[in-house]
Design a protein around this ligand. Structure first.
Ligand SMILES: CC(C)(COP(=O)(O)OP(=O)(O)OC[C@H]1O[C@@H](n2cnc3c(N)ncnc32)[C@H](O)[C@@H]1OP(=O)(O)O)[C@@H](O)C(=O)NCCC(=O)NCCS
Length: 131
């Protein structure tokens, strides 16, 4: 069953509309395309917290709850849930507005990814202190 929802109140990290080239011949969007967008969305708060370059070290969990279709307006909400010495773990939730209309909102994906702050030699770098 599809749950009727409203979008979260905070601004999304990323919004994008999948195109026909992102889908199979039936108009269903490839999971791998969504994974790459989730990775980009999660890297936004991670690189902000790291104040610079990060690399994705792990996809801890990834759940495709509902299909995504060409023409959906996708909103990616990314929140830091954990930090370590060099790592930042981010939860990403993705909502679809079907055919870009506000009246049908569906949570399509949820994922947790870990990023590592890296230096110019691509080695782990300590996170800067919080201001
Ligand atoms: C990311 C990378 C620089 C880390 O280097 P490393 O020598 O393995 O780093 P470390 O073992 O010191 O771990 C660094 C941090 O990552 C965390 N980490 C490592 N493996 C992890 C895993 N499987 N899950 C969650 N966190 C992990 C560690 O706990 C540590 O966090 P902390 O400092 O906050 O405690 C290195 O693994 C790398 O370059 N990987 C490829 C990254 C990449 O190209 N990503 C894009 C995919 S194409």
């Amino acid at each position: 069953m599809t749950d009727a929802l409203t979008l979260p109140p905070q601004p999304p990290a990323l919004r994008v509309v999948p195109q026909p080239s992102d889908a199979n011949v039936h108009g269903d969007v490839f999971g791998g395309w969504i994974m790459s967008q989730v990775d980009i969305a999660g890297s936004i708060p991670a690189s902000r917290r790291a104040n610079g370059r990060v690399a994705t070290v792990a996809v801890n969990s990834f759940l495709f709850k509902q299909p995504v279709f060409v023409g959906d307006l996708l909103s990616f909400y990314a929140e830091i849930v954990k930090t370590g010495r060099t790592s930042v773990t981010v939860e990403v939730e993705v909502y679809a507005q079907r055919m870009r209309l506000a009246d049908e909102v569906v949570k399509v994906t949820e994922a947790t990814l870990t990023y590592v702050a890296t230096d110019s030699g691509r080695k782990p770098r300590e996170l800067p202190a919080l201001a």
